[in-house]
Design a protein around this ligand. Structure first.
Ligand SMILES: C[S@@+](CC[C@H](N)C(=O)[O-])C[C@H]1O[C@@H](n2cnc3c(N)ncnc32)[C@H](O)[C@@H]1O
Length: 223
């Protein structure tokens, strides 16, 4: 699907320092379920803020991202974290049941097609151990995005897909990437092979756009 290709191209080539990282860190809702020294996969680690935070909490961390440059830079810190280039919409190189926990901060926001989303979920659930925890945060419907949803619908025919532009001056609109926002119910359906333990909604002002982004932070368990 064209939207997913545009997004992958964007994320693979964007300079790592432009990737917003660590807006939300896995807090008490994660640490109360996942013991220190547990193995944690940080999906879409970007410049590694979440990975480094988890390492500092004494977890054994693997960070993966499709952005090769980010992974190269992260490795230079030699912070005892395994960093790898990987795309969660494809088969991951990890064996079944490799991780005690997985964190997925703002990654499904960039996966537009439902079939591709489901494929990624199957892969994440496969590498998660039984009894393991999956923590995620994803943007949900935000009023500040209304105009972008309208343009998104014109282009993609889908609700909940907003557009991010390279340049927003009239006549200079070039699509940078597509942004998928999820309702709590959509996330639960997507992760329905797991059991939900908790969910909360938090508003945050994006340092990139200055717009308010409502975020759902949810915790699921593989029973
Ligand atoms: C919005 S940034 C979030 C960065 C980080 N997870 C955080 O919240 O601190 C999204 C990250 O997901 C990565 N990403 C996007 N699609 C991906 C995919 N299919 N597989 C792996 N990483 C992906 C991007 O390269 C980027 O680093």
């Amino acid at each position: 699907m064209i939207e997913d290709e545009v997004n992958k191209k964007y994320w693979s080539t964007v300079s790592p320092e432009k990737i917003l990282s660590g807006v939300f860190l896995p807090g008490e809702e994660f640490t109360k379920f996942v013991k220190t020294k547990s193995s944690v996969l940080d999906v879409g680690c970007g410049p590694g803020k979440v990975s480094e935070y988890l390492r500092a909490q004494d977890y054994v961390v693997t960070g993966i991202d499709i952005n090769k440059q980010a992974i190269v830079e992260n490795k230079k810190r030699k912070s005892n974290i395994t960093y790898l280039v990987a795309d969660i919409t494809k088969r991951l190189s990890f064996a079944d049941s490799s991780f005690d926990a997985i964190v997925v901060p703002y990654v499904f926001v960039s996966i537009i097609d439902e079939t591709v989303q489901q494929k990624a979920v199957v892969e994440l659930v496969r590498v998660l151990k039984e009894g393991g925890i999956l923590w995620l945060c994803e943007a949900t419907h935000s009023r500040d995005y209304e105009e972008r949803y309208e343009i998104g619908k014109e282009i993609t025919g889908r609700d909940n897909v907003a557009i991010s532009f390279v340049d927003v001056r009239p006549g200079k609109k070039e699509i940078k990437r597509f942004i998928r926002h999820y309702s709590s119910e959509e996330l639960d359906r997507l992760f329905s092979s797991l059991t939900k333990l908790s969910s909360k909604q938090v508003g945050v002002i994006s340092p990139n756009s200055g717009m308010e982004v409502q975020t759902i932070i949810a915790v699921y368990k593989k029973i």
